[in-house]
Write a protein that binds this ligand. Structure first.
Ligand code: CA
Length: 254
């Protein structure tokens, strides 16, 4: 890999329980050395949701923060290797959340969404389960790389609901895939090319339910310092209602 192809990254994350919830069931983890960043949004009741999201983040970092994911190879084999590392880490997170839920009656039925970004040089991989999302801001354009694993989003994709109907649906909280609620789970994984200046956003639905696309574009266009950028995104969600926990992670390619 040439010098120019090497990227360096900055990262920041911020989470808030919002205005209504008494606990924060979201969790995030950042490992800049290995280029692995994770956001999870737990479910199953306050205590259980908190456990699920934190366990999933911890397992992802345990698995991927050791540097194994960050070997610098550029061939196809290496891409498959990265994808299998991500798949294995999600499987491990799923197994741990699932077994804890089985062992402890109070945690029964818990699960969590998961969105993870792995960056190596000028390439990135996004893995997700559930409705936490990954966006990329590049030269004035905001692009989303994750399709929600939610009942209403699947109905929108099948043409059975309009996006407006989906937003109003009483079933909009129903997730069709979650980490830890079944014995196994299949994440969706996508590979991306990274350009200098690319700004990635990982977030829980507490952001995207409250902040509409136009406002999200405006906020992303204003991001300078990442810590302040995360706080501005979270503050907008809280200003708009803050009905759920809100979590943002921003990752920028220098
Ligand atoms: Ca949520």
């Amino acid at each position: 890999m040439t010098e120019q192809a090497q990227q360096e990254y900055d990262v920041a994350g911020y989470s808030d329980r919002g205005r209504v919830r008494t606990s924060n069931e979201d969790a995030f983890g950042l490992c800049l050395d290995a280029g692995i960043f994770v956001v999870c949004d737990g479910m199953g009741g306050a205590a259980a949701g908190e456990v699920a999201s934190h366990v999933a983040v911890d397992v992802m970092l345990e698995r991927l923060c050791g540097g194994a994911a960050n070997e610098d190879e550029s061939d196809l084999e290496s891409s498959q290797h990265k994808q299998s590392l991500l798949r294995d880490a999600v499987a491990a997170a799923n197994g741990k959340v699932f077994s804890q839920a089985e062992e402890d009656a109070q945690l029964h039925g818990m699960g969590t969404t998961l969105v993870a970004l792995l960056v190596v040089g000028n390439r990135a991989w996004v893995a997700h389960v559930g409705d936490s999302r990954c966006y990329r801001w590049r030269q004035g354009t905001l692009e989303r790389f994750t399709e929600d694993h939610s009942l209403v989003d699947e109905q929108v994709r099948l043409g059975q609901l309009t996006p407006e109907e989906a937003e109003r649906s009483p079933l909009r909280n129903v997730i069709t895939r979650a980490v830890g609620s079944q014995r196994s789970v299949t994440p969706e994984i996508e590979e991306l090319q990274v350009e200098p200046g690319d700004l990635f956003l990982l977030c829980s639905d507490g952001l995207t339910r409250e902040v509409r696309d136009e406002q999200l574009v405006a906020l992303m266009s204003e991001v300078d310092e990442l810590e302040a950028g995360c706080q501005a995104l979270v503050a907008a969600a809280i200003m708009n209602g803050g009905r759920d926990n809100v979590t943002c992670v921003l990752v920028r390619a220098k």
